[in-house]
Design a protein around this ligand. Structure first.
Ligand SMILES: *Cc1c(COP(=O)(O)O)cnc(C)c1O
Length: 234
């Protein structure tokens, strides 16, 4: 397991690289948030991160949120769902998550809304848009975004805050950057149509400077903070 000292050093290094990427892009570092992605790491690692003052964590499996939340009951943690969500997980999400960044289809919005109403809660959501060419990458097809956003207005429990994407996994920086640019362009277009989308969640350990250059307001960082994952994920 990563030691607390190592974690502190990794966190400081990531924040510094994010700040440098902001400066290189002529942006204010205060505009870019880092979401630590704790997937596959146990509750003891999350506890060490809490000691550093982190309190929001990205997870891609609802079962992992359940497991960690039960061990860490009482800690002030905001769990952020960033992975593909099945509708049958909506109940746990409505109970445990503070935010979903992987909202990508109407039936999921409907299921979350029903469960949130039952819980008497609201959830911040980002719509995950497919910008990568790989077939396996999930997300709403970009050309369906305007109609989907309009449809989400029917669900008052879902506070739509912006968009999320995963770029193509590639060594070609231009190709990766094109994914991020596409998300920003769709955001701008939907904002022009009257939607309120202040947040753009894009960029991970391997590609976040490109995402920041294209306007990311949040980068989701796992490996560079917590170390490499032994378990496979995604
Ligand atoms: C795992 C994951 C990340 C973090 O990836 P790293 O390369 O470890 O920084 C970001 N976003 C999503 C959706 C993920 O599943």
């Amino acid at each position: 397991m990563v030691t607390e000292a190592q974690l502190a050093a990794n966190w400081a290094a990531v924040r510094q690289r994010v700040d440098e990427a902001c400066q290189a892009a002529g942006r204010d570092p205060a505009e870019v948030n880092v979401l630590p992605v704790s997937k596959t790491f146990g509750p003891e690692v999350v506890r060490a991160a809490l000691a550093l003052g982190l309190h929001r964590f990205g997870e891609n499996k609802v079962q992992e949120i359940r497991d960690k939340a039960s061990v860490l009951a009482g800690a002030a943690i905001e769990w952020v769902v960033i992975g593909h969500l099945q509708t049958n997980k909506a109940k746990d999400v409505a109970r445990l998550a503070s935010e979903v960044q992987s909202l990508d289809r109407p039936d999921l919005a409907e299921a979350l809304h029903r469960r949130l109403e039952a819980e008497g809660r609201c959830l911040d959501v980002l719509v995950q848009v497919k910008t990568a060419r790989e077939e396996t990458k999930s997300g709403l097809p970009a050309d369906e975004l305007p109609a989907f956003l309009t449809r989400l207005r029917a669900y008052p429990t879902l506070r739509v805050r912006g968009l999320m994407t995963l770029a193509t996994l590639s060594d070609d920086a231009a190709e990766v950057r094109a994914c991020f640019r596409l998300l920003r362009q769709w955001r701008d277009r939907c904002v022009a149509e009257g939607h309120d989308l202040p947040r753009l969640s894009m960029g991970m350990s391997g590609d976040f400077p490109l995402a920041i250059a294209e306007g990311a307001t949040e980068v989701r960082i796992g490996t560079a903070i917590f170390g490499s994952r032994t378990q496979t994920s995604v």
